[in-house]
Design a protein around this ligand. Sequence first.
Ligand code: DAH
Length: 360
Amino acid sequence: MDAIATLRGKYLEQIGAAPDADALETVRLAALGKKGEISLKMRELGQMSAEERLIAGPALNALKTEVDAALKARKAALEDAALDARLKSEWLDVTLPGRPRPMGTIHPISQVMDELTAIFADMGFAVAEGPQIESDWYNFDALNIAPEHPSRQEMDTFYLHRAAGDNRPPHVLRTHTSPVQIRAMQAQGAPIRVIAPGRVYRMDMDQTHTPMFHQVEGLAIDRDISMAQLKWTLEEFCRAFFEVDEVELRFRASHFPFTEPSAEVDIRCSWEGGQLKIGEGKDWLEILGSGMVHPHVLRAGGINPDEWQGFAFGMGIDRIAMLKYGIPDLRAFFESDLRWLRHYGFTSLDQPSLAAGLSR
Ligand code: DAH
């Protein structure tokens, strides 16, 4: 009996003192493993006399059960302690301020495209698109631009290379968004009301010109559309875009092959103290070309000019972005200077909508 009491004292103490799961397992093997002390003692029962066994058997069994239970309890306690320690070391202070992430900005051109799309959409214009690599038929012929017209010359237009013997029709980087008029008419027929914002290309590079820039084309064809509607549409657009109640537009007679009559449109402004103000003053700034769509152009688009008529316009997006947001140099738009982009860029949450007012 003494031997059992000694074993009990020894193992309960070792179990209580085991610092971790590995130490506890070592204790378990020493006590209850195949060659553990308690296991060996139980094997000795066979050699005992019947009376001895009657006393030692239950005592050993009780010891085994007690040590087993103590092992389990210690194991659970160690696991709890480990979990507590983890919870203590890994807790998260959710009240700490968030880590700032570097955030990009919306380029002013993208912002202005979204703005003008919202305004024209409100007037019932859908957005049409066309390819930036365009056949010379769409870019010139269909728009009634004669073969000898100076804008076709290699000096202004980027022609795509053709190997000798390649007889596919010539293609160009579109020099304006006007070919989208033809594509939209072919695709949708009349009546039609679309705008087409996008990139255009010309061989030009100085303070006010870049080889790639942006235009938005407008086209409205119906049975009785006139210059009056053109004027109203453009005035309404300028009022909403520049966010001034009073805008004054000046229509100057001009010439474009694809419109008859044609007009260039200036907007009244002032340049006092180097600060540009739209809608007042004694200066005029040209912002677009426009006119009544030429019958040849309607026909190229598959629309009968005896039944349908309408207006078209083409506006420089970079130009009106510079005017609205006071950006002095056109070339900076396309230099990808991060400081410039952060200064003139818009946050992604600044979604243009008519209800919210258009600008920041
Ligand atoms: N395509 C012309 C240009 O690039 C702009 C233009 C003028 C477009 C008159 C039109 C228009 O639709 O009617 O300069």
